[in-house]
Design a protein around this ligand. Structure first.
Ligand code: SPV
Ligand code: MG
Length: 308
């Protein structure tokens, strides 16, 4: 294979993304994963220096014009994930929601995710179709045994490096701390590599309590969407392995697009031009100069055959 191929034309090497994500989860300081939803947002996240990407179900659903209630099919989500793998060039942890049904749909999701070069999946212990954790009060939990079998089925059909994160929704569902800990322990025994403990409180209290009780049994993952004011130092002190900024890029783009559309309609393009990305910047972000260099390389190669 040619050396230094651009990220998007380089095939993912088997097991490498999973091993990279495992490495991030094992670091002494928290790793920060950036939520993304397509090739562009993945590229922007990688350019900003994030070492890994969270392929967010909420964000992918939103950009497809749908609600985060399993309205989008899992193959559509994995198509978008494949774009993120290609364009980002950093490990991608895919939001698998509930695994889209039973053990069989979950393991099919896991196997396909690995095949497209994702680093791992995160599967949550709710009932299909699940609702986004920040909306409403209806968040029924899956029976523990069924969910453990789902984790085991996923584990059975991916390679050893591929990461399986089990997401505990007990605190979201109002089932309490003891239930959250009981579930996390069961998922560890079933073969999960990390636990995503989710909370929608505005403070870090319940996450801190969970963390103290949990200790270091498995790496912990959090998404401080509602408790965003908590300083990074606190997450480090709690021994959190990974912090996910789950939806900030998508929400930033919604704000920017709305603002631009309203201003265009009201004031015309001249008002908007100074605040939108210049085309040159866009071409550079997307690697057009790289493509130009490749064009020259292959044109001169073609010339050799023409001349011979
Ligand atoms: C997502 O990004 O789709 C998540 C995280 O599942 S959250 O929306 O915070 O539940
Ligand atoms: Mg989600």
């Amino acid at each position: 294979m040619r050396e230094n191929l651009p990220v998007r034309t380089r095939p993912p090497a088997a097991g490498v993304a999973g091993a990279q994500l495992r490495g991030l989860l094992a670091e002494p300081e928290p790793s920060y994963l950036m939520g993304a939803h397509d090739g562009l947002s993945a590229r922007i996240a990688a350019e900003a220096g994030f070492p890994a990407i969270w392929a967010s179900g909420l964000c992918m659903s939103t950009i497809l014009g749908c609600r985060d209630n399993d309205e989008v099919s899992w193959s559509e989500l994995l198509d978008l994930t494949a774009r993120m793998v290609e364009a980002g060039g950093v490990p991608v942890l895919v939001d698998a929601d509930t695994g889209y049904g039973n053990f069989n749909t979950a393991r099919r999701f896991a196997a396909r995710a690995q095949r497209i070069g994702a680093a791992g999946i995160c599967v949550e212990d709710k009932v299909f179709p699940k609702m986004n954790s920040f909306f409403g009060e209806q968040h029924p939990l899956a029976p523990i045994g069924e969910f453990c079998a789902k984790i085991a089925a996923c584990r059975d059909c991916v390679d050893d490096e591929f990461v399986i994160v089990a997401r505990v929704e007990a605190l979201i569902a109002g089932a309490g701390m003891a239930e959250a800990l009981r579930r996390a322990e069961a998922y560890r025994e079933a073969g999960a590599d990390a636990i995503f403990i989710h909370s929608r409180q505005r403070t870090v209290e319940e996450i801190a309590e969970f963390t103290r009780e949990w200790g270091a049994r498995l790496p912990l993952v959090i998404a401080p969407t509602t408790y965003y004011t908590v300083p990074a130092q606190t997450f480090a002190e709690l021994g959190i392995a990974a912090v996910i900024w789950a939806n900030h890029a998508m929400r930033a783009s919604v704000a920017a697009m709305r603002e631009a559309c309203r201003a265009l309609r009201r004031d015309g393009a001249a008002a908007v031009e100074p605040v939108i990305t210049p085309l040159d910047e866009l071409f550079s972000l997307m690697g057009y100069p790289e493509l130009e260099a490749d064009q020259a390389h292959y044109s001169s190669l073609a010339q050799k055959w023409v001349d011979s």
